[in-house]
Design a protein around this ligand. Structure first.
Ligand code: NAP
Length: 249
C-alpha cells in the first residue's frame, strides 16, 4: 500500500470518526474534499459564507449511505470579528470535544495587476481572507486540536506561494505567508502530536481557476475529485509524524 501522498492508497474507512473542519467547503476543492472525507467515515464541519451552497453540500453528504451527518459553520472570513471565531471554536468543543483535522482551503484570488497598480483596499482584503483569517481561526482552534490524538492542520498553498509571480499581487504574497505560517506552527509544535503541512493542489477545474485563466481548456484540467489523495493522507493515521512539509500535487 503506497503512503506517497500523490499515489496514496487508503481503506474505505480511513477517516472513520475523525472530526474535520474544512474552510471554503461550499465549492471547488473544499466541497469535493468534504464529500469524499464523509464517504471515508469523517464527521465533517462544512465552513463557508453562503448558507444555501453549504446546505446543498450538506444534502449530498446526508444522502451518502452510512455517512455521519455533517455540521455547517457559516462565517464570512472577510468580515467576521474575533467573537465569531471564538463562538465557532466553542461550538466545536461543546459538540465534539475535539478537532482532528483543520483544512484551510478558503481563499480569494484578488486582482491580477502590477503592484504599481494594485488597489490597497483589495490587497488588504486578500491578505485578510487568505492569511489573517486562517491565523485567527487556527489560534482559536488550538485547544480543540490539542484534544485529538493526532491532530492535523493543512494549509492550501500555490505555485505562486513559492516563486513570486508577476501580476499575482496579494494572492501570491498571501500564499508565501501561508507556507511560512504552516512551517512556524510545525516548528512550535515539533514536540507535540500536532502537525501542520501545506498542499499546493496545482491546476484544478474550479471557479477560482476559471477566474484566473478564463481562456483555458477546462476539460484538460484535473477535477477537484481527482486530487484528494494528499489531503486524505495528511488527515489520516498514515501521516503521523509528518509535519512542516509542503506537498505539490
Ligand atoms: P473556489 O472554487 O473559488 O472555492 C473557494 C472557496 O472559498 C469557496 O467555498 C468560497 O465560498 C470560499 N470563500 C471565499 N471567500 C470566502 C470568505 N470571505 N468567507 C468564507 N469562505 C470564502 O477555489 P478552489 O480553486 O477550490 O481553491 C481552493 C484552494 O486551493 C484555495 O486556497 C486556492 O488558493 C487553492 N488553489 C487552487 C488552485 C486551482 O487551480 N483551483 C491552484 C492552486 C491553489 P463561496 O462558495 O461562497 O464563493
Amino acid at each position: 500500500m503506497s503512503t506517497d501522498p500523490k499515489t496514496y492508497e487508503y481503506a474505505d474507512d480511513v477517516l472513520k470518526g475523525r472530526i474535520i473542519l474544512i474552510t471554503g467547503a461550499s465549492d471547488g476543492i473544499g466541497r469535493a474534499l468534504a464529500i469524499h472525507a464523509a464517504t471515508l467515515g469523517a464527521q465533517v464541519i462544512l465552513h463557508g459564507r453562503n448558507t444555501k451552497k453549504l446546505e446543498a453540500v450538506y444534502d449530498e453528504i446526508e444522502a451518502i449511505k452510512g455517512a455521519a451527518c455533517p455540521s455547517i459553520a457559516v462565517l464570512d472570513l472577510a468580515s467576521a470579528d474575533g467573537d465569531a471565531y471564538a463562538a465557532l471554536a466553542k461550538s466545536i468543543e461543546d459538540e465534539f470535544g475535539r478537532l482532528d483535522g483543520l483544512v484551510h482551503n478558503a481563499s480569494i484570488l484578488g486582482q491580477r495587476l502590477s503592484l504599481e497598480q494594485y488597489d490597497a483596499a483589495e490587497w488588504q482584503q486578500v491578505l485578510h481572507v487568505n492569511l489573517t483569517a486562517a491565523f485567527v481561526l487556527t489560534q482559536q482552534l488550538f485547544p480543540a486540536l490539542r484534544n485529538s490524538d493526532y491532530p492535523s492542520i493543512i494549509f492550501t498553498s500555490s505555485g505562486v506561494g513559492r516563486v513570486g509571480k508577476p501580476f499575482w499581487g496579494a494572492y501570491s504574497v498571501s500564499k508565501f505567508g501561508t507556507e511560512s505560517m504552516s512551517q512556524i506552527i510545525a516548528g512550535e509544535n515539533a514536540h507535540t502530536n500536532l502537525r501542520s503541512n501545506c498542499i499546493n493542489p496545482g491546476p484544478v477545474r474550479t471557479k477560482m481557476r476559471l477566474e484566473a485563466y478564463p481562456a483555458e481548456d477546462r476539460d484538460a484540467l484535473a477535477k477537484p475529485e481527482d486530487i484528494l489523495g494528499s489531503y486524505i493522507y495528511l488527515l489520516g493515521p498514515d501521516s503521523r509524524g509528518v509535519t512542516g512539509e509542503s506537498f505539490d500535487i
